[in-house]
Design a protein around this ligand. Structure first.
Ligand code: KG4
Ligand code: ZN
Length: 373
């Protein structure tokens, strides 16, 4: 619905003052931008499904010596990279800005300084090119990232989103309809991987290096605690495990006898096994509670091959289908944001040009898209 001057009135409560998309939905190209943490990413996705280009500029080298992301360094780096990353995505997609039908940008949750860079860059592009813009919840991006693949689950399904900032289980009924079933009460699983790697002097990010080291270790060597928080609970807690590993490493460093029996790879493998036990068991409990037949796993930790294998084996015993995106779509990327943006834009949702970022942003606070999509 347009007013006399051709501006969009349709999408209350998201008035943007920009023209609403009127072209055929079959040719809708969305530019997705994510700068929520330490990756500057941009992608062009057609029809909410076909990835025309996805560019990620990783800041790993910058943060590696610090053993974790330094927020001030991250935002400064985003400022230097954002325009070249967007230009690279457009050029890889072989299109210009004039062919973009809408912009989707992450507005939270994440690091405020980092989020602001993406949002203000996206607002400026939307204003200059007079195209719709929509603010996206980063977690919705991870939840929907499986739809960037050819093999997709049918609704409803259960998704475990497991990364450096979040560990949550959702019951997904449709695009835009997510029921939170459980989440971490303290550290995210990826954060535990990163912290244990730091304790072992392995640098940041920890997941990949712990996974590699674990291949040479004995996962039965040390029995680290598995915290289940009571029967049927779908919440997670990894801080106790992190403390147990830290106390063990202290003892291991100080005791020559212990070091003669246990190598660093055993610690990595035993820690990883404890995380996998909890993640898989709770995912299966969520599946059982909902009665769905498909289970999805997304987010950076979902790259972990041992975790994937365990989930597949456990699900196979019950005749369930398991889905996870390729590693490039598990870790942070602009394509999942463009995909989520497509579904919100076609439902008329828009960001106001004075929209702001949110460090905390629950999926439960999202506007429902209703059925279909
Ligand atoms: O999704 P992501 O790129 O960013 C967030 O939204 O947090 O996830 C990054 C996290 C880091 O904590 C990293 O250590 C973890 O994912 N990660 C892994 C693996 N690859 C990345 N954890 C375990 N195994 C992996 N192979
Ligand atoms: Zn993420």
């Amino acid at each position: 619905m347009l007013d006399a001057s051709g501006l969009c009135l349709f999408h209350q409560p998201y008035p943007c003052g920009l023209p609403i998309f009127q072209g055929p939905i079959q040719q809708m190209k969305i530019l997705g931008i994510d700068t929520s943490c330490d990756d500057t990413s941009a992608a062009v996705v057609a029809d909410g499904q076909k990835v025309m280009a996805s560019i990620v500029n990783s800041q790993i080298k910058l943060h590696h010596p610090h053993g974790g992301v330094v927020p001030e360094l991250a935002s400064r780096e985003h400022i230097g990279n954002i325009s070249s990353v967007v230009e690279e995505a457009l050029s890889a997609a072989k299109i210009g800005m004039t062919e973009i039908d809408g912009i989707a940008v992450t507005v939270g949750p994440g690091l405020i300084g980092s989020l602001l860079v993406g949002l203000y860059y996206a607002k400026a592009l939307a204003y200059v090119h007079q195209i719709p813009i929509v603010g996206i919840n980063h977690l919705e991006g991870h939840i929907l990232s499986i739809f960037l693949e050819d093999r997709v689950p049918s609704f409803p399904f259960v998704v475990l989103t497991v990364s450096g900032g979040h560990t949550s289980l959702y019951h997904v009924e449709d695009f835009g309809r997510y029921g939170l079933m459980g989440q971490t009460l303290d550290d995210a699983a990826g954060e535990a991987f990163d912290k244990v790697a730091k304790m072992l002097g392995l640098g940041y990010p920890g997941g990949v290096v712990i996974e590699k080291l674990a291949l040479a270790g004995n996962k039965e060597k040390i029995r680290f605690p598995r915290v289940f928080l009571g029967p049927g609970s779908l919440d997670f807690s990894f801080s106790g495990l992190k403390t147990a590993v830290s106390l063990y490493i202290k003892k291991w460093v100080e005791s020559e006898e212990e070091r003669a029996q246990v190598v660093m790879a055993d610690i990595a493998a035993s820690f990883q096994e404890a995380v996998i036990d909890v993640l898989v068991q709770k995912t299966m409990t969520a599946r059982e509670k909902t009665g769905v037949s498909s289970v999805v796993m997304a987010g950076g930790v979902a790259c972990n091959k041992a975790l994937r294998q365990r989930l597949e084996d456990t699900a196979a015993e019950e005749g369930l289908r398991v889905y996870y995106p390729r590693p490039a779509y598990c870790t942070d990327n602009g394509a999942m944001i463009a995909l989520a943006g497509y579904h919100r834009i076609i439902h008329g949702e828009r960001a106001d040009l004075d929209a702001d970022v949110r460090s905390k942003f629950s999926v439960e606070d999202l506007a429902s898209l209703g059925g279909g999509g």
